[in-house]
Design a binder for this molecule. Structure first.
Ligand code: AFP
Length: 333
């Protein structure tokens, strides 16, 4: 059989996430493999969520639970399922000693007090989009614990500050499922091939465009934005930029990361300190963004420089192409 250049067999399957993680691990002589295993546990839970999201409408997984989470937001069935899947994967994996999740008020102790890491996670972000087949995502952030190994982890393990993250990333369940993460070096994306059950390296060493012409914010909140933000948005319109807002942070962020753009969630009257959560939304995306050449700010300081004081703390967030973020900063007083 002749295998031409366009024949499917001519295309290599590529590097799997497992192989990539193993390869990266060998680049660090003292790495013991625990962080690698933790990333694999997260990817495994991501595959399970991919499956649940894809059949949600068929097995009655859409719709609300009729209860609110700790944020006062209505909890969807898939929110709860994703929370259980990730908590279970991290508990069973054995590397994480504690977890915080958007869905739980307090620290979840995994019982693995010998684990070196803690994980902050938003198991399913953008969940108001679940019922209408719009992209949603998981966001995660990993720290090496500061409390002694073998003891019970504490709040201090989670309030270290964004620059102390050892890995962070997201899984976007969109037109395809993709996991993008960094361990503090490059940012890399792995697209899920469901037929193989593998994440395959599809976006190596992501470098985001320095500038862009897309802005993403909830225009319905315009009246309650501060003047500087309104003026910035007016300038975007005058320049005939494109407005794109999915209402799923991961999806909006991912698009802007690849194509160039800015995502804005400023303070509003309803959410005067911002809506998004610092530990499991802003910190991980800011960490990843900086590795890909983007900027992330609260309007007053770099997101990664914010000193966290509580688990579910909120922050305003302006994140994306550096030229656009700097331009926006010029409008803030
Ligand atoms: P949900 O998970 O409640 O849908 O919130 C999603 C989110 O945290 C983030 O993903 C969106 O960008 C943002 O909130 C959307 O908020 P608005 O609906 O206020 O624009």
């Amino acid at each position: 059989m002749e295998i031409t250049a366009s024949h499917p067999l001519a295309l290599p399957v590529g590097v799997t996430l497992d192989r990539y993680i193993m390869h990266r691990q060998t680049a660090f002589p003292y790495a013991t493999g625990e962080l690698s295993q933790l990333l694999r546990d997260i990817a495994l839970a991501g595959k399970i969520i991919h499956r649940e999201v894809n059949r949600a409408g068929l097995i009655d997984l859409t719709g609300g639970m009729g209860v609110q989470n700790v944020q006062g937001e209505s909890q969807q069935k898939l929110d709860m399922i994703a929370n259980i899947r990730f908590s279970r994967a991290l508990k069973n994996g054995g590397e994480a000693c504690a977890i915080i999740s958007e869905e739980d008020e307090d620290i979840i102790f995994t019982g693995n007090n010998n684990g070196k890491y803690v994980v902050a996670i938003d198991p399913l972000d953008g969940s108001s989009n679940i019922d209408v087949n719009v992209s949603i995502g998981t966001i995660f952030s990993i720290y090496r614990r500061v409390t002694a190994i073998g003891t019970e982890p504490s709040l201090a393990d989670f309030l270290q500050g964004g620059r102390r993250q050892v890995a962070a990333g997201y899984i976007l369940y969109g037109s395809s499922t993709i996991m993008v993460y960094t361990t503090g070096h490059s940012a890399n994306g792995f697209t899920y091939d469901a037929s193989l059950g593998e994440f395959i390296l599809s976006h190596p060493d992501i470098h985001s465009p320095a500038d862009g012409q897309t802005y993403s914010c909830n225009d319905g909140n315009l009246a309650s934005y501060e003047d500087g933000i309104r003026e910035y948005l007016t300038s975007c319109r005058q320049k005939e930029y494109t407005a794109r807002y999915i209402g799923s942070l991961v999806a909006d962020f991912h698009r802007n990361l690849l194509k160039g753009g800015i995502y804005l969630y400023p303070p509003t009257q309803k959410s005067p300190t911002g809506k998004l959560r610092l530990l499991y939304e802003a910190f991980p995306l800011a960490f990843l963004a900086e590795k890909a050449g983007c900027l992330a700010t609260s309007g007053h300081q770099a997101i990664l420089d914010i000193k966290p004081t509580s688990l579910h703390q909120r922050t305003p967030l302006f994140i994306g192409a550096p030229v656009m973020v700097e331009n926006l900063m010029g409008f803030l007083r």
